[in-house]
Design a protein around this ligand. Structure first.
Ligand code: NAP
Length: 494
């Protein structure tokens, strides 16, 4: 029964008061201060999470530090077994976790199910892949001037304690994508869940605990980022920070983390370039899906389309014709709803509305949508947008796509490369060769040809440049990022 499995993590009242996990026990916070988790669907309180005091955070960190080395010394095959079991439990509680995600972050059941299944598959893949991570030896005489006689034996070892900070939009998947590699490489993990989405993340931690992660090796620090964030990130017990979230938050955390190694996935703001020879039907459908899925709240969402005025005219008319087929805004619990539901909060919706209105005041044209009702933003298409307008100057995390006219495709390259973001970009063309040549000019993490930006399959490298990230994720890359090399050099006795 889910209620039994998850019973310790809250007081089971309505709405439940959730607890934090100090590494051994699920506890209510001592300050009595809590954060409300509000459902974007109907404004109801899904539950509360405790805002920890600095003493409580110190306690969690001390337990994580104390437990780490024994965990790293635990045979890898045993660590792998624990992590595989967590994936099995996630599948076992699929329906329960889906219902929770729908209510907590306003996903449709289909989107939530895909997040949960993908998470279990990802965890299994991590646990399989870690077994092929090997050390190496190097001989000294490869380097000019050196004789034989020195050998470096190079192993991958844990950093120590990894702080895992995830965002609201994939609170299970993006928490697991940090927990699994950190544990498998022998680190302890302290999870700082997002406030919104935090309840789902606490359930995930409970699953890892039940799967057999030893005391202290996994734990949580709850509380709003703006209240506890600086203290947690700069805590001396944290050896490495793995963060996914907004670029501004990333920059602030990087400052506080000082010399700690970082693995950051930040904002997207992804452009699409449509070449004159592109299949416009395909491009229109990919743009709609890419811009409006989960109400535009994906780091890989499409934010703007760069093309010439002649192509834009045909493309916008196809997009407008196709939207009614593919998009049906509404309550994410309704089977009628397609792609667009409420955004995460009314406050977030107000910000999106303001960015649309300011851009329109500055000369953009709203060809469809543009209005807000509480947390719902109509699927919105803007034309005549220029890069300095607020709708694309910063990432707009909502169901809005902007068309930017360019006189040439060199101008498109210049706009993309001038942007402060650089997660992904897409190019639509029937000539794959010219797509490749064009793609090589773009300073972004990944270029997609004839497809919308996307994360995955998860073993592909996933990275952002500029304000979109630091380091590389993807199964093997994340395992490497959550460990360091330790060379031990054998010198010839003198
Ligand atoms: P956010 O506001 O930056 O929050 C992300 C996480 O950081 C939350 O857990 C948040 O906690 C915490 N946080 C906030 N301030 C902090 C601080 N000063 N110190 C430490 N932690 C702090 O982002 P979001 O709105 O949840 O998520 C949306 C953003 O994530 C978008 O920009 C999106 O593009 C990005 N994202 C990127 C990727 C990628 O792979 N590149 C994937 C998904 C999402 P609280 O919730 O308690 O504030």
């Amino acid at each position: 029964m889910p209620a039994d499995f998850f019973s310790d993590i809250s007081n089971q009242q309505t709405p439940p008061q959730y607890r934090y996990f100090d590494g051994s026990t699920w506890k209510p916070g001592s300050s009595g201060k809590t954060a409300d988790v509000i459902s974007p669907i109907d404004g109801s309180v899904v539950g509360t999470t405790p805002i920890l005091t600095q003493e409580e955070i110190d306690g969690v960190m001390a337990a994580a530090s104390a437990a780490q080395s024994a965990w790293e010394l635990t045979p890898l095959n045993k660590r792998v077994g624990v992590v595989h079991l967590a994936a099995d439990w996630i599948r076992h509680y699929l329906d329960y976790l889906v219902a929770l995600l729908v209510r907590e972050v306003g996903k449709s059941a289909e989107e939530a199910k895909s997040e949960i299944i993908r998470t279990a598959d990802l965890i299994d893949y991590f646990a399989d892949e870690v077994q092929s991570i090997q050390g190496m030896t190097l001989d000294s005489d490869n380097f000019p001037g050196f004789e034989k006689g020195r050998i470096a034996m190079i192993e991958r070892v844990a950093y120590g304690t990894v702080l895992a900070i995830a965002p609201f939009n994939y609170p299970v998947n993006l928490t697991a994508s940090k927990i699994a590699p950190a544990l498998l490489m022998g680190n302890s993990v302290v999870v700082k869940p997002p406030t919104q989405g935090g309840i789902s993340a606490l359930h995930l931690v409970r699953i890892f605990q039940k799967a057999g992660v030893p005391a202290g090796v996994i734990s949580t620090v709850t509380g709003n980022g703006e209240i506890i964030g600086d203290y947690v990130v700069s805590h001396p017990a944290v050896s490495m920070v793995a963060f996914t979230g907004n670029s501004d938050t990333g920059v602030a955390i990087a400052g506080k983390a000082a010399m700690k190694p970082l693995l950051f996935e930040c904002g997207g703001n992804n452009p699409v370039v449509v070449m004159p020879d592109a299949d416009l039907q395909v491009a229109a459908r990919e743009i709609i899906k890419g811009a409006f899925a989960y109400s535009g709240q994906r780091c890989t969402g499409i934010k703007y389309v760069l093309t010439t005025p002649a192509i834009r005219e045909q493309l916008v008319s196809l997009v407008l014709k196709t939207i009614p087929d593919m998009v049906h805004p509404g309550d994410p619990r309704s089977p009628e709803t397609k792609l667009v539901g409420p955004v995460i909060s009314e406050a977030a919706a107000r910000k999106i509305e303001e960015a649309i209105q300011t851009s329109v005041k500055n000369g953009a044209k709203c060809v469809v949508g543009g209005k807000r009702d509480k947390a719902m933003i109509e699927p919105t298409v803007l034309t005549g947008v220029i890069p300095s307008m607020p709708i694309i100057a910063k990432e707009t995390f909502g169901p809005v796509v902007s068309f930017v006219d360019v006189a040439s495709f060199d101008e498109a390259v210049a706009i993309i490369n001038r942007s402060s973001y650089g997660l992904q970009a897409s190019v639509f063309t029937k000539d794959e060769g010219s797509g490749l040549v064009f793609g090589k000019k773009l300073n972004v993490g990944t270029v997609q040809i004839n497809g919308s930006p996307q994360r995955g399959p998860d073993h592909f490298p996933f990275l952002g440049v500029k304000r979109s990230g630091v380091g590389v994720q993807g199964v093997r890359y994340s395992l490497e990022a959550m460990s360091r090399l330790r060379p031990i050099v054998l010198n010839k006795p003198q």
